[in-house]
Design a binder for this molecule. Structure first.
Ligand SMILES: NC(=O)c1ccc[n+]([C@@H]2O[C@H](COP(=O)([O-])OP(=O)(O)OC[C@H]3O[C@@H](n4cnc5c(N)ncnc54)[C@H](OP(=O)(O)O)[C@@H]3O)[C@@H](O)[C@H]2O)c1
Length: 330
């Protein structure tokens, strides 16, 4: 019989692709939508529970009777620590409480965390592994790590698995889009050292299948994984993969020195506080932007549940840029 999967954050970039994946494989899907969520077209047959992560009633309805939960909802930008707590920590706490009370037979609670919970690597080839001690450098990363700790503290009673994606790109993403928008104009402004920087990256559909492999692996219960590309990439490789699709002839590259990144972050962050809207770059986000190596190892996920990212960078970037062109985003 088809499993029922509860997905939170289903209106987001990764959530929308998750629903497509689950619909294609024939799972029964339930989504938890916040009152303020704007719900576009959902795959046929999706059951919708509306509520707030702070309201036990709708959470009880959402978790009851499902086989697995994929918790994607969260915030990557907030005005302050309280905003990250409300977006990333409180929902996990309350979902876990709801599971204990209303679904003691849940097969898996899969929490989508972030590489930022672990912090950057000290070198750019092998990257951080799951056994390294976390050292997040931003409020976002610290909030994800707090939520991870809540999950692991409950792992004797609830089968939890944590997936930490690195940078995710693909159709529907608005963050990496900004890099392609610059490249399309023949410009690339990067914070920190563009020569040293390397990134693990994952194409969104690879991530979605990796998340579900982790959510269904017996070995993965009670554990943390990176679901990531086989290797890290440099800016030069990202530029080379984008060039055939974007067609720029010459590229003007500007690397912003760290003090300037922090200055811009302080100014934009203060403006964000003034207007009550999180800025794209804040003083805190600058700590993430200037790091050299946001790199993690794909090895443990391969060993424990045979996950390998199948989409090569050039193929993933081509699919992503074609989608942006079709949608008029580029
Ligand atoms: N994109 C990346 O590169 C990346 C990398 C690493 C980790 N992640 C993590 O993956 C998850 C999904 O990321 P995404 O890129 O799909 O993000 P996204 O497009 O911003 O979607 C996140 C979803 O979270 C829900 N949400 C928004 N504000 C919220 C709040 N204040 N409290 C609780 N839920 C809220 C919304 O879903 P509803 O409206 O349906 O409630 C929203 O669609 C996040 O937890 C993120 O931290 C993303």
């Amino acid at each position: 019989m088809a499993e029922t999967i509860l997905v939170t954050g289903s209106t987001g970039f990764i959530g929308a692709r998750m629903l497509d994946y689950l619909a294609k494989e024939g799972s029964k899907i339930r989504v938890f939508l916040r009152h303020e969520s704007s719900c576009g077209a959902l795959p046929e047959g999706v059951e919708v529970i509306r509520g707030s992560f702070s309201d036990p009633g709708p959470l009880a309805l959402a978790v009851s009777g499902v086989d697995r939960i994929v918790h994607l909802a969260g915030v990557t930008k907030a005005l302050d620590d309280a905003g990250y707590e409300a977006g990333n920590v409180m929902p996990v706490q309350n979902l876990l409480d709801a599971v204990t009370l209303h679904n003691p037979d849940l097969k898996r609670f899969l929490f989508v965390s972030s590489l930022t919970a672990a912090g950057p690597a000290s070198e750019g080839i092998s990257g951080v592994s799951e056994s390294d001690v976390p050292h997040p450098v931003s409020a976002y990363g610290r909030s994800k790590l707090r939520a991870e700790t809540l999950c692991l503290e409950r792992s004797a009673d609830i089968p939890v698995t944590i997936v930490r994606p690195p940078a995710v790109y693909g159709p529907g993403d608005r963050d990496v889009l900004q890099v392609f928008q610059m490249l399309a104009k023949g410009v690339l402004v990067t914070p920190g050292s563009a020569v040293r920087q390397r990134f693990s990256m994952i194409y969104v559909d690879d991530l979605v299948s990796g998340i579900m492999m982790a959510a269904r692996s017996d070995k993965a219960a009670g554990r943390v994984y990176y679901v990531t590309s086989l290797r890290s990439y440099s800016w030069d490789e990202i530029i080379a993969a984008s060039q055939p699709l974007l067609g720029f002839k010459k590229l003007h590259r500007v690397s912003l020195p760290d003090p300037l990144v922090f200055l811009v972050g302080s100014v934009l962050g203060s403006a964000g506080l003034l207007f009550g809207k999180p800025a794209l770059i804040s003083r805190d986000k600058a700590n993430e932007l200037v790091q050299d190596y946001w790199v993690c190892s794909a090895e443990q996920a391969r060993l424990d549940f045979s996950f390998t990212a199948v989409t090569a960078l050039a193929e993933g970037i081509a699919k992503t840029i074609s989608w942006y062109h079709r949608k008029g985003w580029l």
